[in-house]
Ligand binder design. Structure first.
Ligand SMILES: Cc1cc2nc3c(=O)[nH]c(=O)nc-3n(C[C@H](O)[C@H](O)[C@H](O)COP(=O)(O)O)c2cc1C
Length: 365
């Protein structure tokens, strides 16, 4: 008789590693869609830096820590999180799997994570929220002319916070897409084309992003519209202390330190490298999320140690989605959380708040 060990290690059914999920996603997608997902702007320096920035830090082990069952529970703007992970608002989701954000959001709900419903998604805000109302509580909007209408619409739908993308007045100079003559079916970005009230939606967003150089809002224009928001709003795409201060000045309740996954300004600094200065500028109480480059549980640990309260996963969620729909995203969230939990035990952090700067070390150059 073989002893049956209670093991986290994969059975025949589940994906064993995130790398396996990444490979399955790469096999599932056509070359041009894969490039759209994987690619960055320009020379892709930022895309690469987003990963290597994490490699410059080390986590300090704590022998005999006495921490056996750490808690990954936390909260953001009063919304509970069983794990400090949100899924990103990414457009074109049905290009990666027919269930798109419906699958992502259901997986997030099952794992006690939150999902940010995108404006340029394949499904409407209403459909994403109906799929998993426990996770679909934040709606992402672009600060274009129709922003007030969209904000009103998502407020009526029951969303509890807005995520305003402030770093994307036009799409970045995405060289891979240009090489591929990438021309996706715009319906995949048109889930919010019209609201139930006929409000303008993503058609306008898409036009703006492709136009390069139409009307681009400044902080004062955003401030005017944001004053009317009935929900707290999160500024997504903050990469400097000055931008953090501007966003907070005009009423942002939280920040996402992000370079849009290396898809906008290239070369821009890695999100992780800018996080400590932004935390210092924002002060200790402003909720800060980090995205751009999160691929492992150790990445999450380092982001939290350097000042983030939670992280957002973009491509990691897309890999799970493309590989296997909802179960794929579920496995990504499970693997990330289990690695984080393991590191918390090994480094003596009993709670998310325990993960601080003293537990990590900048590696020698
Ligand atoms: C395919 C794709 C589409 C995206 N679409 C949007 C979008 O419509 N709005 C937005 O705010 N961010 C969008 N993003 C950026 C993500 O929200 C997030 O900031 C980024 O993916 C984080 O980096 P990571 O992919 O390295 O995790 C998109 C990212 C990808 C990869």
């Amino acid at each position: 008789m073989t002893a049956q060990l209670d093991s986290f290690y994969p059975t025949r059914v589940a994906f064993g590693t995130l790398e396996e999920i990444h490979r399955a996603a790469a096999n599932a997608l056509s070359a041009d869609v894969l490039d759209f997902v994987e690619g960055g702007a320009g020379k892709e320096i930022t895309l690469r830096e987003n990963r290597t920035a994490f490699d410059r830090w080390r986590i300090l082990p704590e022998p005999m820590s006495g921490v056996g069952t750490p808690s990954t529970r936390t909260e953001l703007l009063g919304l509970p999180l069983e794990t400090p992970i949100l899924t990103a608002p990414f457009g074109g989701d049905a290009l990666y799997h027919p269930d798109g954000h419906l699958a992502v959001t259901r997986a997030a709900q099952a794992r006690g994570a939150l999902s940010i419903a995108p404006e340029a998604g394949s499904y409407s805000y209403q459909q994403v929220r109906a799929a998993a109302p426990g996770a679909a509580r934040i709606a992402q909007i672009h600060p274009f002319a129709h922003a007030a209408l969209v904000a009103e619409r998502v407020t009526r739908l029951g969303f509890e916070a807005l995520c305003v993308t402030v770093d994307c007045p036009v799409g970045g100079f995405r060289t891979r897409n240009m090489g591929n003559r990438f021309d996706p079916d715009q319906r995949h970005f048109a889930g919010n084309l019209t609201g139930e009230d006929g409000a303008p939606g993503v058609a306008e967003v898409f036009g703006q992003l492709l136009k390069r150089g139409g009307v681009v809002w400044d902080w004062a224009e955003l401030a005017t519209v944001a004053r009317e928001f009935e929900l707290p709003w999160i500024a997504k795409g903050i990469l400097t202390p000055a931008a953090a201060e501007r966003a907070l000045d005009i009423g942002a309740s939280a920040l996402v330190v992000s370079n849009h996954g290396g898809r906008q300004v290239d070369p821009a600094p890695a999100s992780l490298d800018m996080l400590p200065a932004i935390r210092a500028a924002a002060g200790p109480r402003v909720p800060i999320l980090l995205d751009s480059g999160i691929r492992t549980g150790s990445d999450i640990y380092l982001a939290l140690a350097l000042g983030a309260d939670a992280v957002i996963i973009g491509r990691a969620a897309i890999y799970g989605l493309a590989a296997a729909g909802q179960p794929g995203v579920d496995r990504v969230l499970e693997l990330l959380t289990e690695e984080l939990r393991t590191l918390m035990i090994l480094s003596g952090a009993a709670t998310i708040a325990d993960i601080d700067r003293d537990r990590i070390l900048r590696a020698a150059a």
